[in-house]
Ligand binder design. Structure first.
Ligand SMILES: Nc1nc2c(ncn2[C@@H]2O[C@H](COP(=O)(O)O[C@H]3[C@@H](O)[C@H](n4cnc5c(=O)[nH]c(N)nc54)O[C@@H]3COP(=O)(O)O)[C@@H](O)[C@H]2O)c(=O)[nH]1
Length: 782
């Protein structure tokens, strides 16, 4: 690619060269035309001078010839044919005017005598016929020479003879004319191409002249150019007296000679042009440089900007247009810098909370890892998320969810030091990076952060929210020295906390494998329904009063294709954490109700209780779904019961209450499961639409061996009493022996469930079991 500088230099040189060439050409052409015009004029003037010269000489010849013809002595000598006197008279009179040739001829044109000034006898031998021609008058060719001749008649009184005189048109005359006019003069034969009779031309030109004249200018009647011996001559042929054989008189001027005075001028102009060209060559580079230097500087600035270097401003050159460009560059640089900063901020920050995002957090974590390893310190990596945040979003709307996230961000930030990092990893997940002095530091910090979030209620648009978080802690370098491992392990610890229903958990070795298994299970769960890997088992509850199976508890079973039986204790929490529990609960309800209908059709009238989870209690469509299933299978609502764990209800009693009320209003019995594990009081249950309490098996299983005043019997007995006082029925689960049965019966427990009655069984085993159970032998205690 040609550079701008080279182009400008070339353009400048080209322009100057063109101007110089045109000027030189114009001067050349105009001087040539001028010279040609002048030379033509000189030729015409020369022609007039020549004609005048001829005319003068003609008059001279005429008068002398006439005087001789009238001279008495001469006439007498002619009459007497006195040759000596004639010759003497001819020479005498001719000599007076320097005539070159004197001729006396008789009236018929026969030569009588001729005389030459040089006294040569050349014309003695003249052909007498010549004399008969009309060649004695005018300019004639004679014996290879050109002559100007005049004649007069010698009378006595009758014509005796004719006397002629003439001048030779020779080199001398030609030279005289040249010195007079400055023109070359040549006399040539008009009939043949012999060498000129006389000429002022140089020898070689003179020799070539006849040939060139014959070739190029057969009809020169005005100024023409003849090229002879490689040189141009402006030529003018003079027409004399019109004799057919009259010689040609050619006036010429050499064009190169005519142009010669101008050659120094042309040379000067050429030198000036050369100097101008050289000067242009010298100044074109710097001149182009002056223009292109700022352009190059601007180009360099553009390249710098394109590489993201905004440290220097673009130059503002003193040339107006380039100055505009420079200022535009600077404005553009500032615009790009600001936009880039904005984009960079957006790329590394979470738009909702303004906190660093996952990318920036990973970067800070990487720096932190290097620093603590270098300085032998400990970096706490804390990952936390908001419990049941989805419910907040679903029930209160996304704007409230967003406000919650902003509030959490601000609460977390307020508890951290400037050197710590709090970032939003996505959704409701946050990350805190804090360097600590000792390994307990992160746990202390975790407690502080939990307090910051959960310590006081959050009020958003008159809604008071009690937030809870789950927090996982991993330590660098103990739990990992790379970003991915530390984040994963902090995440695993957080899920541990969730599963164990703790607020925080510190990563421990071996958690990864369990986590991986959980992840795999979570993904397998989603296909388990379609692949018919689930089925339901039923465990009877027996009414103490009549030892009849009044209700069954539906318990889900998962036969994993690779892992075999997976206990619900393991996959239900996973399903709850992922939100998939809603799908599972609906599948259980559907399967159970279908089974109930089938039993009813075979005259087996029994009720079934289904376990539902916390997430089901924020599923506003659940009551409608249950109603639709009952209607579809024409079942009374009393056929169905629902069990909700105590902790589920207590976690968010307000939300649970609404759905429970709707379910209860359908006529479905509600039982509180695992009662006694959630530290709630019976008084708190008073407000809930509950029919039954199910005492957790942990209080029941060891009951038989304990004294009446031991802790478990006291709890069980008082729970039964208080529940009865509140109008609730009581079920005890985990009854594994007959002694426990009798003890619970003694406490007034309404129903009993446990392995001693039956382990959970498939639906088709129930009719047979019911028959066997009816025949069971009871041994009442003593
Ligand atoms: N949300 C749902 N939760 C469900 C569903 N199906 C089961 N579960 C819950 O999983 C937990 C474990 O249940 P499972 O392994 O089925 O254990 C039940 C009984 O087999 C067991 N049980 C009953 N009697 C005894 C006994 O005498 N001894 C003994 N060691 N265990 C006994 O107790 C479990 C029933 O408990 P509970 O629900 O509290 O009545 C469990 O929490 C289930 O709730 C489901 O479909 N949805």
């Amino acid at each position: 690619m040609t550079s701008l500088k080279a182009r400008m230099t070339l353009i400048l040189l080209g322009f100057v060269s063109a101007v110089l060439a045109v000027t030189l050409l114009a001067v050349l052409l105009s001087t040539a035309a001028n010279v040609r015009e002048q030379a033509s004029e000189e030729l015409r003037v020369g022609a007039r001078v020549f004609e005048e010269l001829l005319s003068n000489r003609d008059r001279q010849l005429s008068s002398t010839t006439q005087v001789l013809a009238d001279d008495f002595a001469f006439r007498e000598a002619v009459a007497t044919e006195d040759a000596a006197t004639i010759r003497s008279a001819l020479l005498n009179h001719g000599g007076r005017i320097d005539a070159d040739l004197m001729i006396l001829s008789d009236t018929k044109g026969q030569f009588i005598t001729t005389a030459l000034r040089e006294n040569d006898n050349r014309f003695r031998e003249l052909d007498p016929a010549i004399g008969q021609n009309d060649l004695r008058q005018g300019v004639i060719s004679l014996e290879g020479e050109a002559w100007q001749m005049v004649d007069a008649t010698v009378r006595a009184p009758l014509p005796l003879a004719r006397v002629s005189m003439g001048f030779r048109l020779d080199d001398r005359i030609a030279a005289d004319l040249r010195s007079l006019t400055g023109l070359h003069v040549s006399f040539l034969s008009s009939t043949d191409e012999t060498a000129p009779y006389a000429s002022t031309l140089p020898g070689h030109v003179r020799r070539e002249l006849p040939e060139r004249l014959a070739e190029q200018a057969t009809a020169i009647d005005d100024v023409r150019t003849l090229t002879i011996a490689g040189e141009d001559y402006l030529s003018l042929r003079l027409t004399l007296d019109g004799h057919p054989g009259s010689p040609i008189v050619l006036l010429q001027t050499s064009l190169s000679e005519a142009l010669a005075p101008y050659r120094p001028l042309w040379l000067q102009m050429a030198i000036i042009a050369l100097i101008a060209f050289t000067l242009t060559l010298i100044i074109a580079g710097p001149l182009a440089n002056r223009v292109t230097r700022p352009t190059r500087a601007l180009a360099a600035a553009a390249a710098r900007i394109s590489q993201g270097d905004y440290s220097r401003s673009a130059p503002v050159p003193p040339i107006a247009e380039l100055a505009q460009l420079g200022e535009a560059f600077n404005a553009m640089q500032e615009g790009i810098r600001q936009r880039e900063q904005r984009i960079l901020h957006q790329a590394y920050h979470d738009p909702l909370t303004g906190l660093p995002n996952r990318t920036l957090a990973a970067d800070r974590l990487e720096q932190g890892i290097e620093r603590v390893q270098r300085e032998g310190r400990v970096l706490g990596v804390l990952v936390l998320d908001v419990n049941r945040f989805k419910e907040i979003n679903d029930s209160l709307g996304h704007p409230t969810g967003d406000a919650v996230l902003r509030a959490i961000a601000s609460r977390l930030s307020s508890r951290l030091r400037g050197s710590d990092t709090v970032a939003r990893l996505g959704g409701d997940e946050f990350l805190v990076l804090a360097e600590v002095e000792d390994k307990q530091g992160p746990e202390r910090l975790a407690a502080e952060l939990i307090d910051a979030i959960s310590g006081q209620e959050l009020e958003i648009e008159n809604i008071r929210l009690q937030l809870a978080i789950s927090l996982g802690i991993a330590l660098c370098p103990r739990d990992g020295t790379d970003v991915e491992t530390l984040l994963r392990r902090a995440d695993i610890a957080m899920y541990q906390a969730k599963e164990r229903q703790l607020t925080s958990s510190v990563y421990a070795a071996g958690h990864d494998e369990a986590h991986l298994r959980r992840l795999k299970m979570l993904s397998d769960l989603r296909t388990a329904i379609d692949d018919e890997q689930f089925h339901i088992q039923y465990q009877p509850k027996i009414a103490v009063s009549n030892r009849q199976a009044t209700q069954l508890e539906a318990l889900i079973r998962w036969n994993h294709p690779e892992q075999g039986f997976v206990p619900p204790d393991e996959f239900i929490p996973l399903a709850e954490n992922s939100g998939y529990i809603r799908t599972i609960s609906r599948w259980v309800l559907q399967t159970v109700i279908r089974q109930l209908a089938e039993w009813r059709r075979s005259e087996l009238s029994i009720a079934v209780a289904v376990n539902i989870s916390a997430l089901d209690l924020v599923d506003a469509g659940l009551p409608r779904y249950v109603q639709a299933l009952l209607d579809q299978h024409e079942l009374p609502p009393s056929a169905l019961g629902l069990e909700i764990t105590e902790t589920t209800v207590m976690k968010d009693a307000r939300h649970a209450l609404h759905i429970l009320q709707e379910l209860r209003s359908l006529g479905v019995a509600i039982a509180i499961d695992d009662f006694g594990t959630g530290y709630s009081s019976l008084a708190q249950l008073r407000s809930l639409p509950v029919d039954e309490l199910k005492i957790d098996k942990s209080f029941v299983m060891k009951l038989a061996g304990q004294a009446e005043d031991a802790e478990d019997p006291v709890i069980v007995r008082s729970t039964i009493d208080l529940a009865h006082n509140m109008g609730l029925k009581v079920v005890a689960e985990g009854v594994e022996d007959e002694a426990t049965w009798w003890r619970l019966a003694g406490y007034g427990c309404d129903s009993i469930q446990g392995y001693w009655i039956s382990r959970p069984m498939p639906a088709d085993a129930l009719p047979e079991w019911l028959g066997e159970f009816a025949n069971r032998q009871w041994r009442e205690p003593d």
